[in-house]
Ligand binder design. Sequence first.
Ligand SMILES: Nc1nc2c(ncn2[C@@H]2O[C@H](COP(=O)(O)OP(=O)(O)OP(=O)(O)O)[C@@H](O)[C@H]2O)c(=O)[nH]1
Ligand SMILES: [Mg+2]
Length: 421
Amino acid sequence: MAAVEVERAKLEANFRNLKLAGHVGFDSLPDQLVNKSVQNGFIFNILCIGETGLGKSTLMDSLFNTSFESNPSPHNLPSVKLKSQTYELQESNVRLKLAIVDTVGYGDQINKEDSFKSVVDYIDSQFEAYLQEELKIKRSLSNYHDSRIHVCLYFICPTGHGLKSIDLVCMKKIDTKVNIVPIIAKADTISKTELQKFKTKIMSELQSNGVNIYQFPIDDESVLDVNSQMNAHVPFAVVGSTDFVRVGNKMMRSRQYPWGTVQVENESHCDFVKLREMLIRTNMEDMREKTHGRHYELYRKKRLEQMGFSDVDSENKPVSFQQTCEAKRSTHLLELQQKEDEMRQMFVARVKEKEAELKEAEKDLHNKFDKLKKDHMEEKKKLEDNRKKLEEDILEFTRRKTQISQQSQHHMLTLGKSKKK
Ligand SMILES: Nc1nc2c(ncn2[C@@H]2O[C@H](COP(=O)(O)OP(=O)(O)OP(=O)(O)O)[C@@H](O)[C@H]2O)c(=O)[nH]1
Ligand SMILES: [Mg+2]
């Protein structure tokens, strides 16, 4: 902050102060700005985090004095879902596009460890959508429907005991992403003395766990007093109602009990009016500004760094966007070249491997062929030998047969001669 002021003083030292001789007209600049803003209308996005049935919808109806017509959520959802609904409201000539984002099923799961994840993802994806629009060549930010969350109303259960771990974990996870305004829901269920102790306990638990909640700004003198007073009342203990009871000649939002009536807008009954004043009448613009200038800026910075962009190089010298792009392009090309080389080498190695495999297979085939040939020759030779032997046997047989038949003829002749004698 001090460095910024030094810079501004340096700049101002270079300016010459001149007096105008008459009315020029640029004193209408604030009016021009107001007219333009009124013409464009405003966007405000509220995220309500709180357990099922904690009075989120009733409070929204009470805050904007209307009926948003919501349905009660079931208690048996397997995970937390975020549901966004957008409304167009008008007060005098000011149009407000209001989005109410609800955590459906929050706190209903047996394992609540991951309850914050859907919330974080939702907030981040709205930032991401805005960043993507901003990074487009042809941007249309002027008519872009900004869905970034401007405030998170965190509904605390009126237990009187302090925060639950789900509250601390969730608030810690989102405290750099969104303006958190913690509120004690259904504050009519807790007694006056208990409430004060409960508030102190909540604040000390938030502090000891390092949870940064939204502080109503005290840098603008016009709101310094009211905001610093209100900062001391946080967390606001609120009551909501959709019922009206006649008080005097006015119908007031109230909750009726056998022992009495709680008036939502009665400051001695609850902090509802304080919340409405701070949230809507005094600090709505500051929350919109902080969302863009602080939370979104942080998200943008992280994302651009993830993408490899930086304002300075490794030697802390400033680098332009173009230089970063060129450097990224050349490293990308280098990486591509390396990948291509690696692939080529891999391909050559694979081809060599396959060639060796094929050669081995060819050699095997040759060996097999030679063996088969040899076996075949041996078999052929054996057969030839057998054939020769057989032929010899046949010859021998014929020879013996002839010999025997000759011998028997001779014997017959000899027998005939001796008979004639
Ligand atoms: N005692 C008390 N009851 C309230 C208060 N606000 C709402 N309720 C009651 O709580 C019940 C649930 O209120 P909803 O406004 O529907 O709560 P919710 O958080 O929107 O509920 P889901 O959207 O279903 O998670 C209703 O019966 C309301 O009348 C309150 O300030 N005090
Ligand atoms: Mg609801």
